[in-house]
Design a protein around this ligand. Structure first.
Ligand code: PAF
Length: 286
């Protein structure tokens, strides 16, 4: 597929008419919402979309409502020309890249907030974040009306929040979680890795290693609490500035669990230099 095959639309009306045209032809549409600064992880979502649908639509919108005061909204990397090239190369057919005024016009007053799964973990450290995500994702899904929407498992709590809202609000779209892509040293791919300098980048894979240590301990029968405390200590010793959490949660409900008795997710968030890194892995009873 060549560069010319990717169209860019910036209004909801244009997005809807393109998707309606495909639907009228009986084509299935996949949707990959992003905030841009695309990397191979995002492109794997596009490729997966092409496996499960006939056309893939991506969105690039750095959503202001999911950033708290003092967070990285203003410095979040914006590189539309590069993103367009990457999307075209991966086979994406349409990019929806709205301005903030298209998403949040004058008078906008609605918030979607999801109880339960959005509380705790990142929800506790970033108040309002998941309401911002839930609101923009609800809007994007209703604007695009895809058959399937794809999200990375790297933002595991976000994925749980989105699954919940799609079910609760009867949005007729399948939600597909796609496995995290990693650098050869284990660091999860993330647009925020761009904030790391060379010394910090060398430290960063300790986050994935800490998760693997917790997984190994759980499989050996140790209790989650002690393993998470040891992982927190290991991260601080490796050079992380602070650790927001290392936690073991039920893979579906995100409820706290003490031992490996059913499939769990081990999740962590920690600050390194000017970046806040998150990661998670799954582990099931042997
Ligand atoms: O994961 C992201 O990039 C964002 O949170 C999303 C889902 C595009 C909503 O702004």
């Amino acid at each position: 597929m060549s560069f010319d095959d990717l169209d860019i639309v910036r209004t909801v009306a244009d997005l809807r008419s393109r998707v309606a045209y495909w639907r009228a032809q009986g084509l299935a549409v996949a949707f990959v919402p992003t905030m841009g600064a695309l990397h191979q992880g995002h492109l794997s979502l596009i490729r997966k979309g092409l496996e499960v649908a006939d056309r893939v639509v991506a969105s690039v919108f750095v959503n202001p409502t999911q950033f708290g005061p003092g967070e990285d909204f203003s410095r979040y990397p914006r590189q539309e020309a590069t993103d367009v090239e990457l999307l075209a190369g991966a086979g994406c057919a349409l990019l929806f890249a709205p301005a903030a005024a298209e998403m949040y016009p004058q008078g906008f007053a609605t918030t979607v907030s999801v109880a339960g799964v959005s509380e705790g973990l990142c929800g506790a450290v970033r108040p309002g974040h998941f309401a911002g995500v839930a609101t923009v994702v609800t809007k994007l899904l209703l604007q695009c009306r895809p058959d399937v929407a794809l999200f990375g498992e790297k933002d595991y709590q976000q994925l749980a929040v989105i699954r919940r809202l799609v079910t609760d609000l009867d949005i007729s779209c399948r939600v597909l979680g796609v496995e995290t892509l990693r650098e050869p040293d284990g660091l999860a791919m993330s647009s925020r890795n761009a904030y790391l300098n060379a010394a910090e980048r060398a430290i960063a894979p300790a986050l994935h290693r800490a998760l693997q240590e917790v997984a190994a301990g759980l499989v050996a029968g140790a209790a989650a609490e002690g393993l998470c405390a040891a992982a927190t200590q290991a991260l601080l010793e490796a050079g992380f500035l602070s650790v927001d959490y290392v936690a073991v949660r039920d893979a579906e409900t995100l409820a706290a669990v003490a031992h490996l008795e059913r499939p769990v997710r081990i999740l962590a968030a920690a600050r390194l230099g000017g970046a806040r890194l998150i990661d998670n892995i799954g582990v099931a009873p042997p």
